[in-house]
Design a protein around this ligand. Structure first.
Ligand code: ADP
Ligand code: MG
Length: 267
């Protein structure tokens, strides 16, 4: 059995689970931010996470992306422990070098774009493939061109981020994440910083990505997107998952008063 299959068998993880969280806890000192999160995101599916500010949504994404050490529970991405390895029935912290390698397989798109401002769009796209993957520059450029075409920005390769609109910058950020061939793409409120008229072009790129089979975890307040594109909808509040379900059903008929109250505010 491969280590991945062993982990999956041991914890009863579905073979197609890209992200598997069970009882995930995270505290900052006395502040308990995640109080036991259970979630499974099958490969090729889209999970949307909604919830009020401070409920722990970003922290959960940061845990999936190896940016936080868990305070408890288990979290597997593609069958591998986040931050740990299991050997002889014991968990060992993984070395920093391995952590970086695993992080490289997980794409993240932030609210604030986070492009390298002193680099052109093309340089932004090839930076990580060259440095982290050691890809030959010709190959990295060719791939970047394909990705820019995919997000509708073929004519912007030589531009700097400040020369682009917020919507264009966010599409570059998505292309940059894709340049690493991620197993899963995490989005943290990707349209929250955009002027309303620029939200649609970013959601369209995300819709196309979902249709292409990308596994995505999307924290968003765009309920229409969640209903249309999401395979599951998760409502978090105060560090717990209050409710989850099929987006269309949950939005039409929320079971928890807290979900109902939150939806009535964002719809
Ligand atoms: P959300 O994304 O749902 O708005 P966050 O995950 O950002 O929520 O934050 C959840 C809680 O954790 C908040 O109370 C926040 O202040 C706290 N928090 C987040 N990151 C840190 C940190 N690095 N140190 C201390 N507290 C933090
Ligand atoms: Mg957040």
């Amino acid at each position: 059995m491969t280590p991945k299959a062993e982990n999956q068998a041991r914890f009863g993880v579905a073979p197609d689970a890209m992200v598997f969280a069970r009882g995930v806890r995270k505290s900052y000192g006395p502040l308990e931010v995640l109080k036991g999160i259970d979630a499974t995101v099958p490969a090729g599916s889209v999970a949307c996470i909604i919830g009020p500010s401070g409920s722990g949504k970003s922290t959960f994404l940061r845990c999936i992306n190896h940016l936080e050490q868990l305070s408890g529970g288990i979290l597997l991405v593609d069958g591998e422990f986040v931050g740990y390895d299991l050997r002889d029935g014991k968990l060992y912290e993984v070395k920093n070098s391995l952590l970086c390698k695993r992080r490289a397989d997980i794409g993240m798109v932030f609210q604030s774009f986070n492009l390298f401002s002193h680099m052109t769009v093309m340089e932004n796209l090839i930076e990580a493939p060259l440095r982290v993957r050691g890809m030959p520059v010709g190959e990295a450029r060719a791939k970047a061109e394909i990705l820019l075409a995919r997000v509708g920005l073929s004519d912007k390769a030589a531009r700097y981020p400040r020369e682009l609109s917020g919507g264009q910058q966010q599409r570059v950020a998505i292309a940059r994440a894709l340049a690493m061939n991620p197993k899963v793409l995490l989005f943290d409120e990707p349209t929250s910083a955009l002027d309303p008229e620029l939200v649609g072009e970013v959601l369209q790129v995300m819709r196309d990505l979902a249709a292409s089979g990308m596994t995505m975890v999307v924290v968003t307040h765009e309920i229409g997107f969640a209903r249309e594109v999401g395979d599951q909808l998760i409502f978090m509040d105060q560090g717990v998952i209050v409710e989850r379900g099929v987006p269309r059903e949950m939005i039409a008929n929320p079971q928890s008063p807290r979900t109902r109250e939150f939806l009535s505010r964002v719809l």
